[in-house]
Design a protein around this ligand. Structure first.
Ligand SMILES: NC(=O)c1ccc[n+]([C@@H]2O[C@H](COP(=O)([O-])OP(=O)(O)OC[C@H]3O[C@@H](n4cnc5c(N)ncnc54)[C@H](OP(=O)(O)O)[C@@H]3O)[C@@H](O)[C@H]2O)c1
Length: 312
């Protein structure tokens, strides 16, 4: 397993992080997995050397992660979780209560990275002025080690909230949407994160469009219709098939994970699954050699204008 330093946190984290949210929620979203199967999946990840687990109050999977890590050496697991932010602004009391719930669910007395979950751009000033000081207080009490923020990508396609946050340089860690279909974060977010030495977690590495061919076709067609992709650059009968020629990549998800992993500024690529076989292949992808430079160059050229799809 490759471990990277998560920016200025100094934490050494596996390059693949297990995501307990996204379309799968460890297999809990559609009751695909029993609770025991989801717990086993988290333990499978830990046994394979993954030491980074991302969950959230909103996912309903904190207690599963808590059960999975019970009895393990807490020092060897980096837990990332998040305070749900709805349409209404979260009060300091609600933030403190949410953290206590997360600690109870996760059966721990500290959270390594505590995020504001999907912070809306228009609420940024409020959270910066009223809530971040509360997070800093919780940090001084030892309940949070590092602060983080995640974006609501589909409502903030240009990463405006993260740009503000990076400009203020207030958070230790950010979670940003990035994948081979939409690489806009490279210029708007990742370069600033490198300058600040901010820890960077990638979400949406494959999501739906890069894990299902029908969704990939739809996403490519949407980009063509929007004028953000040249139809001559893709074959909708065999979308992105060039990535698989000569065994260059094993599958589109394989190529998509490797593409994200080698992007400068990226520390952890989150992988959400409820399927033990997918977990095995995703771990292998994130250990595989880099994609061929000609393929990376081609993906950068083809999608350089793509900004309106997230891969959903
Ligand atoms: N704003 C936020 O804070 C936010 C938003 C989204 C996500 N996240 C975090 O990021 C994590 C990752 O989520 P994501 O949204 O980025 O999704 P993702 O992990 O890129 O994609 C997950 C989807 O891909 C499927 N999949 C996984 N491996 C596969 C494989 N090898 N072959 C085919 N299909 C595969 C999964 O289904 P199976 O279960 O069948 O494998 C699931 O439907 C989440 O768990 C969460 O921790 C955070």
């Amino acid at each position: 397993m490759e471990y990277r330093q998560l920016g200025r946190t100094g934490l050494m984290v596996s390059v693949i992080g297990l995501g307990a949210g996204g379309p799968s929620r460890l297999g809990q979203r559609d009751n695909f997995n029993t609770e025991a199967e989801s717990i086993a999946l988290v333990r499978q990840a830990l046994d394979a050397g993954i030491n980074f687990i991302d969950t959230a109050e909103a996912y309903g999977t904190e207690a599963i992660v808590g059960q999975a890590i019970a009895g393990r050496d807490r020092e060897n697991v980096v837990i990332s979780t998040k305070k749900r932010l709805g349409g209404e602004k979260v009060t300091p009391q609600q933030l403190r209560a949410g953290l206590e719930d997360s600690l109870r669910n996760l059966r721990t007395d500290y959270i390594d990275i505590y995020h504001l979950h999907g912070l809306p751009l228009e609420h940024y000033p409020y959270y910066k002025d009223q809530i971040l000081p509360v997070m800093e207080d919780l940090r001084s009490q030892g309940k949070i080690r590092f602060t983080g923020v995640t974006e609501f990508w589909s409502r903030d396609l240009d990463h405006q909230m993260l740009q503000l946050a990076l400009n203020d340089d207030l958070f230790d860690v950010i979670m940003v949407g990035f994948n081979l279909l939409n690489q806009q974060a490279r210029g708007t977010v990742l370069e600033a994160a490198i300058r600040n030495d901010t820890g960077v977690l990638i979400m949406f590495a494959i999501r739906r469009a890069l894990s299902r061919l029908d969704k990939l076709r739809l996403a490519l067609q949407e980009l063509i219709d929007l004028g953000e992709l040249d139809a001559a650059d893709v074959d909708l009968d065999n979308p992105l098939g060039f990535l698989l020629e000569d065994g260059a990549a094993k599958s589109i998800p394989d190529a998509a994970y490797r593409f994200c992993r080698d992007e400068p500024g990226v520390h952890v690529v989150l992988s959400g699954t409820g399927n033990p076989q997918h977990l095995v292949s995703n771990i292998a992808s994130l250990q595989a050699p880099p994609l061929a430079p000609k393929h990376i160059k081609r993906l950068k050229r083809i999608f350089h204008q793509a900004r309106s799809v997230t891969g959903e």
